[in-house]
Design a protein around this ligand. Structure first.
Ligand SMILES: [Mg+2]
Length: 235
């Protein structure tokens, strides 16, 4: 098999991102008036976010709208001006916090960009994702950048067709079985799953739905050696 295009997921594959939400959640609960980690409220918070995905899509701005809804429905008493200001500061911080780029990203992309066509394929809000790509300093390694609202089989097919890529030439690398791996296997591509310790509950799958047909690595630094061993070089 000859792979000529390697696509990378961005959030929690090339840089840490779920951690930003994980750090924000207790802060939101505190502002809501729950001074201790409240499991029930925390579950409602996730549920509100997930239910709103169909209306708002992914990203911090969508998260912010969902959190305002949380306050409207679950705040202890009326929301004062100070709390609102604290929320706005939190959302702006989430949008501007420096990215923790994966320690292997630069060297792996630099090496692979000499032999493959590299694609950055990320799901989220256009402006937010563009800013993160610019801030990461990794943009220069990619021949193709695709920002999509969803990562379904249909979307992958459309993106591949748009660039004239056949599924058997395509390999996707990412941390979400649901978004990065199974849909790519479903359309006849190859996929390398690199789990990240912080993965949003929505992106996780129960064991019986984790499927197969993909490879799994412990970290991004193992990717070049994996490709060498698989003999999937383009030349
Ligand atoms: Mg990801």
């Amino acid at each position: 098999m000859t792979i000529s295009v390697i696509a990378f997921d961005a959030d929690d594959t090339l840089w840490d991102y779920e951690i930003i939400y994980e750090q924000a959640r207790p802060e939101i609960l505190r502002l809501l008036g729950s001074h201790q980690e409240n499991d029930e409220l925390s579950a409602i918070l996730d549920e509100t976010e997930i239910n709103n995905l169909v209306v708002y899509g992914y990203g911090v701005k969508s998260f912010a709208l969902s959190m305002i809804e949380m306050f409207a429905n679950h705040a202890n008493g009326p929301i004062d001006k100070t709390t609102l200001k604290e929320l706005i500061v939190l959302f702006k911080y989430m949008l501007s916090k420096p990215l923790e780029v994966n320690q292997y990203a630069e060297s792996v992309l630099n090496r692979l960009s000499k032999e493959y066509c590299l694609m950055l394929l990320t799901k989220g809000e256009l402006f937010e994702q563009e800013r993160k790509i610019q801030r990461s300093g990794l943009e220069k390694y990619f021949d193709i950048i695709e920002i999509t609202s969803q990562k379904t089989e249909k979307k992958y097919r459309q993106i591949l067709e748009k660039h004239g890529i056949k599924p058997h030439q395509f390999l996707m690398v990412g941390n979400s079985l649901k978004s990065d791996i199974l849909p790519v296997i479903g359309i006849g591509g190859r996929a390398v799953y690199i789990p990240h310790p912080q993965t949003w509950i929505y992106e996780t799958l129960p064991e019986e739905e984790q499927g197969g047909g993909y490879s799994q690595l412990d970290h991004l630094g193992q990717l070049p050696e994996y490709l060498d061993q698989m003999g999937v070089f383009s030349s």
